[in-house]
Write a protein that binds this ligand. Structure first.
Ligand SMILES: [Fe+2]
Ligand SMILES: [Fe+2]
Length: 167
């Protein structure tokens, strides 16, 4: 049985993860518009990953015999971007999500909900990966400093991303 507080917070997190998916889907469209199919591929896979995150929370609520409450999804504010600004927005968003997971974990601990606390461990580790992934591309984009050849190379690299079962 989930406490009312935790159930509400997890339902909010389902919304955050679906909103994340929505942001990455908008980024995939924007990257395509910029003529960067590799970037677009990367964001599209990230979109799928985020749906997977939402799914994990969704399944967890049901497993604990809780009630899923699907909230309205915000419109993503993506437009007039560059490759760099897209990844800067991605990193800023992932930092926000890390904060959400942290708050959830604090709540689970304060409610002595050990099952939720353990369940959230996966997300704590996942957020380290998410921030590192975005940071790596930002570092590379800063290195090439707008050089078109460099940008094509990074685009080709990001085209290689495939779906991972680890999410
Ligand atoms: Fe996520
Ligand atoms: Fe990930």
């Amino acid at each position: 049985m989930l406490s009312e507080k935790i159930q509400t917070a997890i339902n909010q997190q389902i919304n955050e993860e679906i909103f994340s998916a929505y942001i990455y889907l908008a980024m995939a469209a924007e990257a395509d518009r910029l003529g960067l199919p590799g970037f677009s591929n990367w964001f599209k896979l990230q979109y799928q990953e985020e749906l997977g995150h939402a799914d994990r929370f969704f399944n967890y609520v049901l497993e604990r015999n809780g009630e899923v409450d699907l909230l309205p999804i915000q419109k993503p504010e993506i437009g007039g971007e560059s490759a760099l600004s897209l990844f800067e927005k991605a990193l800023a968003h992932e930092r926000h999500i890390t904060g959400c997971i942290s708050n959830l974990k604090d709540l689970a601990m304060s409610e002595s909900d050990h099952a939720t606390d353990v369940f959230l461990e996966w997300f704590v580790n996942e957020q380290v990966e998410e921030e590192a992934n975005a940071q790596l591309v930002i570092d590379q984009l800063r290195l090439i400093d707008g050089n078109p050849n460099g940008l094509f190379m990074i685009d080709r690299e990001l085209a290689n991303r495939t779906i991972s079962s680890e999410a």
